[in-house]
Ligand binder design. Structure first.
Ligand code: ADP
Ligand code: MG
Length: 196
């Protein structure tokens, strides 16, 4: 049971979240759920760091392009009015570039969160990637309004306040990238023995 109780995930309050004064809101929703923040810092990150944060796999980049084309189709937007080519890899690379710009547009509050099913729990706290589908009660559902149809036409990433790792593998890679071992702390939260 120790492995489940001590599952770790990386959480970022992205630059729009920090600039809107929502860092405390994100932290407080994580703490109120019963999860434990075991590392935290505010950082401005460079391109080299971001290249390691986002997958470099060409299939992942193509996937970004494919998602964007799907949005364009849904809203009757012509890709060629906004991009030089409608090739998935080309559009994906442009969207990835806009992600770099977004994530380096201001400081980020980074944290490692530990607790029972922390990866899935924090994804629930964040809500769907696209604000329109994020349920009320989630951070994105309560505080964000951006749309891929608007963002992709304007050539920028969707502003959605926070990041949370999606899988155990992603969590491990991201925690190793963002935090040194001695920046991660071990302590007992009051109430742990009562809550589970
Ligand atoms: P999540 O952040 O929910 O894990 P992804 O890993 O798929 O979502 O995407 C990473 C980030 O890239 C999103 O949080 C969002 O800011 C941005 N993003 C995702 N898809 C698009 C898109 N089609 N157009 C613009 N930005 C996007
Ligand atoms: Mg993701």
């Amino acid at each position: 049971m120790k492995a489940i109780k001590e599952e770790r995930t990386l959480v970022l309050v992205k630059p729009d979240g920090v600039m809107r004064g929502l860092s405390g809101e994100v932290i407080s929703r994580i703490e109120q759920r019963g999860l434990k923040v075991i590392a935290m810092k505010m950082v401005a990150i460079d391109r080299k760091h971001l290249e390691k944060h986002f997958p470099s796999d060409p299939e992942w980049v193509k996937g970004l392009g494919k998602k964007t084309m799907k949005t364009f189709d849904e809203y009757n937007i012509k890709a060629l009015d906004h991009y030089e080519s409608d090739d998935h890899a080309h559009i994906g690379a442009k969207v990835k570039e806009s992600l770099f710009e977004y994530m380096s547009s201001g400081p980020i509050v980074a944290m490692v969160v530990e607790g029972i099913h922390s990866i899935d729990m924090v994804r629930k706290i964040a809500g769907d990637t696209l604000p329109v589908f994020a349920p009320i009660g989630s951070v994105r559902g309560d505080y964000s309004v951006d749309s891929p149809a608007v963002a992709n036409v304007e050539g920028r990433a969707i502003k959605n306040i926070m990041h949370a790792s999606e899988t155990p593998e992603e969590a491990k890679n991201e925690i190793d990238l963002w935090f040194k071992k001695d920046e991660i702390h071990d302590y007992k939260r009051a109430g742990e023995d009562v809550a589970y």
